[in-house]
Design a protein around this ligand. Sequence first.
Ligand SMILES: [Zn+2]
Length: 569
Amino acid sequence: MNVHPNLTLSHRSRLSPFLRIKPLLRLPRVHVQQLSLAAAAFLVLVYNFSFWRTFFAATGGAQLANVPLYIAAFILLALTFNAFLTLFSFRYVIKPVLIVLFFVSAFSSYFMNRYGIAIDASMMQNVIETDVREATELLNWNMVLTVTLLGVLPSLLVCRLKLEFPTWRRALLLNPAVIVVSLLVAGMLVMVFFKTLAPAVREYRQMRFLLTPTNVIQAGNSYVKHKLARATVIAPLGSDAMKGTLWAGQKRRTVTILVVGETARAMNFSLNGYQRDTNPRLSREAGLLNFSQVQSCGTATAISVPCVFSGFDRVDYSEEKAKAQEGLLDVLSHAGLQVLWRDNNSGCKGVCDRVAYEDMSQPKAGDPFCNDEECYDERMLQGLPEIIRNAKRDLVIVLHQKGSHGPAYWKRYPAAFQRFGPVCTSNELEKCSRESIVAAYDNTIAYTDYFLSKTIDLLRAAGAADNVDTAFMYFSDHGESLGEKNMYLHGAPYFISPEEQRHVPFMLWLDEGYRDRFSLDQRCLEARRGQEFSHDNVFHSFLGMLNISTAVYNPQLDIFHACTLANQS
Ligand SMILES: [Zn+2]
């Protein structure tokens, strides 16, 4: 081919600037695993200004002494993200995934910084269901700049990267190994910094809505779930329930109070052998039955409370199943009892949806049992004598305590109840000695001791004044870690949860009229106090104790069954 030499030359010279730039953009080949780790670190560091700002605040303000903590938090988040990205570390998959994540994170980061918002399911709903006009109002040059810098540029870079991939066979070994090692190291870092991280995460719950892109993924996921969920049809439970034969010839009404405790662990009750006298009143309560070996259904309120009332045992329990079916309080209603739930906690988690409910947790000016922020558990006894006196039917009253909820244990009891000290008065547990944390916690148990014995006093008085038979049951929803194995608070996955989070107090007190009515043998019950029971027993024991006849009652799980005189002969 004949080409004019001049033309070739000039053609070349015109292209030359481009040719000179090109080598600069030629990026080195990288292994997909290197890309995944680098992208994870990049995401954690660059898009998460709001998260880190809150994290610094949650751990006592940015300070030099906390640098090891910050580095650990960065590494543990980067490794966790890396484990997630490794799930997608395949040819044709990783690049699109990263590009989507860069854009999503860029937008999310922009909105969080610009508007100080957190991204949760309801925010996601706002975004998705917003109209075009509203959306265009949000568009501005700042956003374009952010999305260009944090979305477009990193995406272009990733596009141009030449990646090396392991063979499929190698990937099948390598990827799971990377995931396991990443999560193991992350888990170890959590354990090392647990005392600081646990209260920070608990007190600053909104932090998880600031960590991008996981907040967007979570919010999107729950939005979709919510959209797909059909309105739950609640299946009736125990519609056949009625008062059993022992109710025949009833002359006196019954009043049963069930106290659902919060974060009280059995081992800090002197009734269970604790060296500090945390039960000065209950230990002198005549006829009180303290069961010392009771295990909870979960290690968090949101699991234990629905589980206990659900009629499912721990192994069978799931949130979905419990939500789709009535529970213990409905069975009692079917049997004709009047049920009232009084709450000084954060609600009843759905178990009291079809019975009377009173929220007693909102402080009211002038209420002797409230301060500006919250109310003490005693407030739930206000007006109860009148309610008992005026009720027309047999009553079951549930009192849901704030109890020993942490990490601000010192806020859970009035100043006069500070028996042990000095106490930790900081949410940042790392600022306190273990002894001062335990002292504050023990004061909450001593206050619960007072509250429970006042409840029994109230029942005793009602029994005398209003001609009613009364009974009392108390258990806690779960326990608490107070520094054992370097763990604090609760909520550990059940299968690895420490005993401190699962071993809960359980008590009964029955007045004489009640025992006679339901032919309950106090001595027999006393003999069972050291046996092993669990939350699984509550549903059936409650029905057994009140002699409710229904097909859903399982006598084998009823603590009272063997101690009912009729069954003994
Ligand atoms: Zn709880």
